[in-house]
Ligand binder design. Structure first.
Ligand code: ADP
Ligand code: GLC
Length: 507
């Protein structure tokens, strides 16, 4: 396939964007980055930009990409085996994707970051350096591809070395780096830095060095023309010591080059009116039909079929960040409240998995599914009355937005993207019609319980108000439209900054 002839490219007058990510739905996904990596480039294409995705050729990616074919071989010193660039389209949409096929690095069981037992791959630095190297090559415009991006958009630490590798290339494209989660930085020891044979000049506090270790994420932050994170509130938070994970000073120094751009959600995948995972579709005009999904959810999770039960749900990676331990802490109070049910789905930390299963074993009102399951995740969003997200911090969070779209009222900690998307039900917001959920301030069991009790009371005693919350969420515009436009403007800024830098260097 010659992408310059890619049919829907005709008439694209916007930016050419190479979007680099370590995961993308439905090829491979462990969390929200996977959703964003498929939906943002597609939203940019819908706006007339020529966005293309690049990702490692994991086995599932090679299996699922449509019209996959080899484009070229890349010769790279010190690499085990061969490196080929493959090209094709995402299975469910016309989004061009390049796959970096280096079987010795990416062709393995497990997920992009860990083996099947959940341990990080020992050679992650080599794997994501190789990926970043290929990304940097493609970003410079390889002749056989007949395509040269104006923008390289990198995401998270796995792609952080690409802007660092391009730093001295006069003809490089403008670079944008998005931090989806500052807590994951790709930190490795000095011996790893030496082993990777990176330019020695990169070992500097103004480069990759971070407290005597090598930081992949610093590559993206230090060497990109523009840096952003995925919500305005989290952008403010990470510039403080409390949330900055040691990088708050650096982010503050970036000044106006750093900001927050809120994620959108993919209406092609998350649409309650037309969701193949649901037994019964519904929308804001037919919200009563949602009840059928509650019955199906109760059956699937082995809970008593009770249409009057207040059903709470949670889906997520089981890690400290998500505050699942707070949910476990309030279980006795939940069970005591009567006619409350809880559905939980997640995978990750083994201790949390076990704690959840143990908590569920004692009561028929709580059901836990340990594992990763997209279809069930959709049914939980549709079948619950309310969705719990007690995250200690949350860069953006997609699940609360899926909940809003599905008329499932979010109960969330007042932090990051949760604070930017959920409007707490107060007298004022209820009167204004803007309330869509419940926020709590203290990230502990009492804080969470305060909001859950408030929600429970409204669900029982003020059905009209509850319905107003549901409808406010369902009618909100959570699509990528507005956010993709923000990214397009951000790209223009990055290009302008790059151009003036280039001109200054040439003068
Ligand atoms: P994060 O990226 O921090 O994990 P987000 O809320 O941004 O959090 O996105 C999480 C995404 O991963 C959502 O699409 C969610 O449905 C999905 N997800 C997480 N855990 C599971 C699971 N166990 N089963 C199905 N989907 C899951
Ligand atoms: C990260 C964050 C999450 C965000 C997602 C997509 O994994 O933890 O809050 O929604 O990336 O940007």
């Amino acid at each position: 396939m010659d992408y310059s002839d890619f049919p829907s490219d005709s008439g694209r007058t916007g930016h050419c964007v190479l979007f680099a990510s370590s995961e993308a739905h439905p090829l491979v996904k462990t969390g929200g980055l996977g959703d964003v990596a498929a939906s943002l480039p597609m939203a940019l294409r819908d706006l007339g930009h020529d966005a293309r995705l690049i990702l490692p050729a994991y086995p599932s990616a090679k299996k699922l990409v449509r019209e996959l074919k080899p484009l070229m071989e890349l010769r790279m010193p010190g690499i085990v085996g061969t490196v080929q660039l493959l090209g094709g389209l995402l299975p469910d949409r016309d989004l061009p994707v390049y796959l970096v096929d280096a079987p010795a690095y990416f062709c393995r069981e497990g997920n992009p970051y860990t083996d099947v037992s959940g341990r990080d791959w020992g050679d992650n630095p080599e794997r994501f350096l190789l990926f970043s190297r290929v990304v940097a090559h493609v970003a410079m415009g390889l002749p056989p591809l007949n395509w040269r991006p104006h923008i390289l958009h990198c995401n998270d630490w796995q792609t952080g070395l690409a802007p660092a590798l391009l730093r001295e290339q006069d003809e490089r494209p403008a670079t944008v780096f998005t931090i989806h989660n500052l807590a994951y930085q790709g930190l490795f020891d000095r011996a790893t830095f030496d082993r990777l044979h990176l330019p020695p000049a990169l070992w500097a506090v103004s480069g990759l060095e971070f407290h005597q270790r090598m930081s992949f994420i610093k590559g993206g932050i230090v060497f990109s023309d523009r840096v952003n994170t995925v919500s305005p509130q989290y952008a403010d938070e990470v510039r403080t010591q409390r949330f900055g994970c040691g990088l708050d000073g650096l982010l503050r120094q970036l000044g106006g080059r750093f900001r927050g751009i809120l994620n959108g959600i993919d209406y092609r995948v998350w649409n309650p009116a037309d969701d193949p995972a649901l037994p019964q579709g519904y929308d804001a005009e037919h919200v009563h039909l949602k009840a059928e999904n509650k019955r199906e959810l109760q059956t699937l999770f082995g809970l008593p079929r009770d249409e009057h039960a207040f059903v709470l749900g949670h889906v997520g990676r089981l890690v400290e960040q998500k505050g699942v331990d707070l949910i476990i802490d309030i279980l006795p109070r939940l069970v005591e409240a009567g006619q409350v049910q809880l559905v939980m789905q997640g995978a990750g930390d083994r201790a949390l998995e076990q704690a959840l299963q143990a908590a569920a074993a004692n009561t028929e009102r709580v059901s836990v599914h340990v594992g990763y399951d997209e279809i069930r995740a959709h049914l939980i969003e549709a079948g619950c009355d309310a969705f719990l997200m007690p995250s200690r911090f949350e860069p953006c969070g997609l699940n609360q937005m899926y909940s809003l779209r599905y008329g499932t009222v979010p109960i969330v900690h007042n932090t990051g993207g949760l604070a930017d998307t959920v409007v707490d039900a107060s007298d004022a917001t209820l009167a204004a019609g803007t309330a869509n959920g419940f926020l709590f301030n203290d990230p502990n069991a009492d804080g969470l319980w305060y909001a859950v009790e408030k929600a429970l009371r409204m669900h029982r005693e003020q059905r009209g108000q509850w319905r107003a919350l549901m409808l406010a969420g369902m009618r909100q515009d959570l699509s990528w439209q507005a956010s993709a436009r923000h990214y397009a403007d951000f790209y223009s800024e990055a290009i302008a900054a790059r151009t003036s830098l280039h001109q200054a260097a040439m003068a």
